[in-house]
Design a protein around this ligand. Sequence first.
Ligand SMILES: Cc1ncc(COP(=O)(O)O)c(C=O)c1O
Length: 416
Amino acid sequence: MRFFSKLPRAKAYLKLSELLMIFLKILSTKLQAGEKTIAWEAAFSERLGSTGALCLSRARLALFFLLKNLGLPAGSEIIMTPLTIADMVNAVRWAKLKPVFCDLGVNTYNIDYRMLRQLITPRTRILFITHLNGLATDMDEIMAIARQHSLIVIEDASQALGAAFKGKTLGTFGLAGIFSLSFMKTCCTLFGGMIISDDRELLKKIRQETRNFPAPGRVSLLKETIRNIIIYLATNRFVFSLGTYYFIKFSGRLVAKFIKSNPPAELTDEPPKKLLCSYTDCQAELGLKILKRLSAEDGQRIKNVEALTAALSGEAKKYLPLILPETKNVFWRLPFQTNDPINFQKYLLKNYIDSASTNLIVATEEEAFKEYAGQPAPNAQLAHQTIFLPVHSSFSANDMRFLARILNNYTGQNRA
Ligand SMILES: Cc1ncc(COP(=O)(O)O)c(C=O)c1O
């Protein structure tokens, strides 16, 4: 019985002191994007090795304004992953472009390069590459395809901030990279969407277009802070072990409702008004603090995955994703494929391990996006059979060995 060391599925990367501080700042300072936001953009782009950055209120808006300012003919095609959040598909629509979904590779969570080649038509203009779960895509493949067909590459490294391919940071390969700074991300600043790019003209255009956005509502920022504080407290190991764990065990549905951050998939024609707000300096201050410890947190999570993998049986390892050579993967989440996700989660929970299922949609199977469905995406659909294991940077090697033992038992009984 693990009295005080049950494992929560995830933990926020913000400290309680930072959350309390921003709570006070939201109440007491003018909410605006000023000098600190400029400093945050500069620090972020410098860290990633790009020459420019711009911070908006959401990654989905970052994509929208990027696409809108490329001057492409309406109906131009953008090839993207179907495993996404609905508004990333909508962002393409808002920019009057056409999403074309490309399946993922088998157990890689990266796009399927072969299918990608087949989907290219004379109308294709953009490859939108999302590095899911902190796992790097083979950017040599992508850049070769892009060069061959004169396509623009935009990366979404929202789940892979700090990851790299052949030593080059993800987000810096193509025209631009975008990063979500929203709930539970490794660099969560309540919300936010960073664009990095070496194309200063493009960034300038987007800055001009978005500079007069109103400040976000104080109440909405406070609400987001409170949500983070609740998560922080509920996933504290002591509180989790004595309280939250039992709450999840007996009322899992309520918990799922509380943490669900994306509404059901629906088609929209323009960005929701409430998202069209500026970023703020108090969020930028938070970002600057997190950036200083980001590599240490990533390093600890990477070590956790190594400790877990080292203790896993050959059989259990089969259910982990394939890792590409010459990649640095930051494992924002560690996916485990199973044929029986519901019972697998129950089994883990019985053994004091909380886990999560995906919060993304598979766009090709959504009624709302039927008109774009095109090719089936069986590997992306496996997202429904993916369970995310707890590997947060605050967990210890001991925790990982415990997790490995439980997984070895499960797969040893041929139950995965
Ligand atoms: C890969 C990816 N892209 C984009 C987003 C959207 O981010 P935002 O909420 O900042 O628009 C998310 C958020 O979950 C994500 O995981």
